[in-house]
Ligand binder design. Structure first.
Ligand SMILES: NC(=O)C1=CN([C@@H]2O[C@H](COP(=O)(O)OP(=O)(O)OC[C@H]3O[C@@H](n4cnc5c(N)ncnc54)[C@H](O)[C@@H]3O)[C@@H](O)[C@H]2O)C=CC1
Ligand SMILES: C[C@H](CCCC(C)(C)O)[C@H]1CC[C@H]2[C@@H]3[C@H](O)CC4=CC(=O)CC[C@]4(C)[C@H]3CC[C@]12C
Length: 369
């Protein structure tokens, strides 16, 4: 990526490129990265939609692979200029074991870093998560915080623990000499709860509402605020960060950035109703309909049931002590660090993000897609 090569075409690798966020990153790169020459999409499960991308002007290479397998990662990374590492096991419901979460999120990230070092790839953008900060186990609110806001980040759950460790590995790797002697430049992006086209949990809530006769029942006080971010803007921030990492290496290298946009701060349930309301659902109750102690009891009961039923079936409901604590703790971000460091501005307004999400819920919410 030297000056002389203004017109040089670049090879990008997106790990987890067939996931919810990954697909948006892949499509965004194809639309908005003029220097893209080849796009490698690496995922455990390749999506059939990749086929339609192969007919365009950019070479799209689909690679079925596992980030926990170092040799598969090294083969995919070899010759890439930039890696966007979004692959991860997102599980806060107890579907996967803590060991598997650690292997994918931590060892997988270690493999990506080592592959960059071995093969001479210099630019790495990592999809971290707000969860590396909080909410913490004590339920302390994080109110309009930024990357420098002091907060007691204490985790016990395997998912945030794994994301925090992986993020640390990525940031620590900044400056390491890669094959050829030049330094690796890394940064980590921390999305808050992502929403938009492809968001499975949103669809689950929609289907649950349909089953309940068009109603959802408020469980969390409206005063508990969450900061959410539209998937298109998260993808755009990845593309921009990847593009600017070389030019602004001294500023961006080793840095973390929250992913933010103009989405309003609301409770998790009220925010979902921004989309589910126009799709015909109603949130019943201005206050939680069940007392908090009962939710705590049900969450604990779900843990017990999950454990008892494990030999027979996978019981992994949305409600458990961790998700309850998440939903019930204010976590909002207010920052302009990405704007200052690499000129990020959201690509999609709140109105656009909302409309796109509503159209998606309407189109696919009731179907098996
Ligand atoms: N969904 C959210 O609200 C947030 C997600 N994130 C992070 O964003 C990233 C993407 O998350 P989502 O798109 O929501 O999840 P997702 O589950 O839709 O996508 C993850 C992708 O990684 C792939 N993957 C999983 N294990 C793999 C392995 N061993 N080898 C290769 N590929 C593997 C999956 O097949 C999937 O396509 C993750 O790193 C997650 O931690 C961060 C903040 C919020
Ligand atoms: C599923 C939770 C809401 C259920 C509430 C109940 C049980 C009362 O109906 C979700 C509340 C907050 C969500 C998490 C949050 O948005 C941050 C996240 C960041 C990530 O990196 C991954 C996803 C998630 C953990 C997200 C998961 C669902 C919630 C726990």
């Amino acid at each position: 990526m030297a000056d002389s090569a203004q017109a040089q075409k670049l090879v990008y690798l997106v790990t987890g490129g067939c996931g919810f966020l990954g697909e948006h990153v892949v499509r965004m790169l194809l639309q908005r990265e003029p220097r893209l020459g080849e796009l490698r999409v690496f995922d455990l499960h390749l999506g059939p939609w990749l086929e339609e991308l192969k007919t365009g002007p950019v070479r799209v290479t689909a690679i079925q692979g596992d980030v926990t397998q170092a040799h598969e990662v090294a083969a995919a990374v070899a010759g890439a200029h930039v890696v966007i590492h979004t692959a991860g096991l997102v599980d806060v419901f107890g579907r996967a074991s803590p060991k598997t979460i650690h292997e994918v999120n931590v060892q997988g990230t270690r493999n990506v870093i080592e592959a960059c070092v071995q093969t001479g790839t210099r630019f790495l953008v990592y999809t971290s998560s707000m969860e590396v900060v909080g909410p913490n186990t004590k339920g302390h609110p994080f109110y309009r915080g930024n990357e420098d806001t002091p907060y007691e980040a204490v985790h016990r759950h395997p998912y945030p623990c794994s994301k925090a460790l992986a993020e640390w590995l990525v940031l620590e790797a900044n400056g390491r000499k890669v094959c050829g002697g030049l330094p690796l430049v890394t940064c980590a992006l921390r999305p808050t709860g992502i929403y938009g086209e492809g968001h499975q949990i949103m669809r689950d809530f929609y289907r649950q509402g349909l089953r309940l006769g068009g109603r959802l029942f408020r469980a969390i006080p409206a005063s508990v605020e969450h900061g959410r971010v539209y998937v298109g803007n998260v993808a755009w921030m990845h593309v921009l960060a990847a593009r600017e990492l070389e030019r602004r290496a001294a500023r961006m290298g080793g840095q973390v950035y929250f992913c933010y946009d103009g989405s309003p701060y609301k409770s998790y349930e009220d925010f979902n109703m921004e989309f589910l309301g126009p799709c015909g659902l109603r949130l019943v109750g201005t206050r939680p309909l069940v007392p908090y102690w009962l939710l705590v009891f049900l969450a604990a009961l779900n843990v017990l049931l999950q454990w008892l039923l494990r030999p027979l079936l996978l019981y992994a409901p949305l409600l458990n002590p961790y998700t309850l604590a998440m939903a019930n703790t204010t976590f909002t971000v207010s920052t302009d660090k990405a704007q200052r460091h690499f000129g990020y501005e959201p690509l999609f307004s709140w109105e656009d993000s909302r409309t796109r999400t509503i159209l998606w819920v309407q189109a696919t919410g009731g179907s098996a897609q």
